[in-house]
Design a protein around this ligand. Structure first.
Ligand code: PEP
Ligand code: MN
Length: 337
């Protein structure tokens, strides 16, 4: 951290800052300038933030020079991390395509969609058994029954399964059935859930909160990693903005931003990111062009009958088109599908 003193700060103010830093176990290095003094602080293991100094007399500004997260940071771990979900790698040269319905609705639906996406080249299967719905009157998911249907779909197709865990109570149950645990946008900062899910050691698909900054997103991942679980996959799924032609604004610029700051893989979800089927394929192409490690998309064999997110679900035919398009984009950016 670098503390910039006010022009009017006195020698005593500087001494007070130095003493405060030393009390916290830091070393303070005053740098007197023509107009004002700056004080460099070293020895911070990441636990001391600007708040410890901001309100001291004579302090003008506190500038952080390192990030508050460590384990997720590329500084700490320069090589890209490859996370395996049930044997399918996410983060290497090969792109990962995760597909499936928003929610598990029935045995017939889950098996039909799983078989279609497997046939068309998906490597991972998604589907919610516990659904976070805006309205309490909307379909809430089949719960444990849905987990069993996902396991049946995995057995039928060989595709590893990722499904959402909504609360701390159900972490062990979901972890017993699924290959990867999804933490949804609404729970990105449910810190107790992040910790408990982290402790399972299962791969965690962490979706960006709809108003989360990049730093908040990475700190949420840090919660999982701080539990000793290195298997975190980030997922951009759109944020809230003033745009009124799309469900969310898919913030693709976060892909290169994450790549610069973190070694963790990142997927993009153009389904929730746009909310409308006709935007999903173009934005999936853009996601891969931007450097994403893959996409997560919602597919339904009869979207008009879907119990959630029907308008954004691709029918198998359009999913096949997406796979063909992604093949070409992958080649252009040195990836494989
Ligand atoms: C979902 O995957 O269906 C979902 C609810 O995602 P999010 O948490 O990003 O809204
Ligand atoms: Mn959905």
């Amino acid at each position: 951290m670098l503390i910039v003193m006010d022009r009017s700060a006195t020698g005593q103010d500087v001494e007070r800052v130095v003493a405060a830093a030393e009390r916290l176990g830091l070393k303070a290095h005053p740098i007197p300038g023509a107009q004002r003094t700056a004080i460099g602080l070293t020895g911070n293991k990441g636990t001391i933030g600007p708040a410890a100094f901001e309100n001291l007399p004579g302090v003008f500004e506190v500038i952080r020079v390192s990030h508050p997260y460590k384990l997720v940071s590329r500084e700490f771990h320069p090589e890209d991390t490859i996370v395996s979900i049930g044997g399918v790698p996410i983060g290497g040269t090969a792109l990962a395509v995760m597909a499936g319905p928003c929610a598990v609705e029935s045995r017939d639906q889950m098996l039909a969609v799983a078989r279609e996406v497997q046939r068309l080249g998906a490597r991972l299967l998604r589907g919610g058994a516990f659904k976070p719905r805006t309205s309490p009157y909307s379909f809430q998911g089949l719960g444990e029954e849905g987990l069993k249907l996902l396991a049946e779909a995995r057995d039928a197709t060989g595709l590893p399964v990722v499904t959402e865990v909504l609360d701390t109570e159900n972490v062990d149950l979901v972890a017993a059935w699924a290959d990867g645990l999804q933490i949804g946008a609404r729970n990105m900062q449910n810190f107790e859930l992040l910790k408990k899910a982290g402790r399972t050691g299962k791969p965690i698909l962490l979706r960006r909160g709809m108003s989360a900054t990049l730093e908040e997103f990475l700190l949420a991942a840090e919660y999982v990693m701080a539990e000793g679980n290195p298997n975190v996959i980030l997922c951009e799924r759109g944020v809230r903005t003033f745009s009124d032609f799309t469900r969310n604004t898919l913030d693709l610029a976060i892909v290169p931003a994450v790549e610069r700051l973190s070694h963790l893989p990142i997927l993009v979800d153009p389904s929730h990111g746009t909310g409308r089927r006709h935007k999903v394929v173009p934005m999936s192409r853009a996601a891969i062009a931007a450097g994403a490690d893959g996409v997560a998309v919602e597919v339904h064999h009869r979207p008009e009958e879907a119990l959630s997110d029907g308008p954004q679900a691709l029918r198998p035919g359009r999913f096949a088109q997406m796979m063909a398009d992604l093949q070409k984009v992958a080649e252009a950016v040195g990836r494989t599908l």
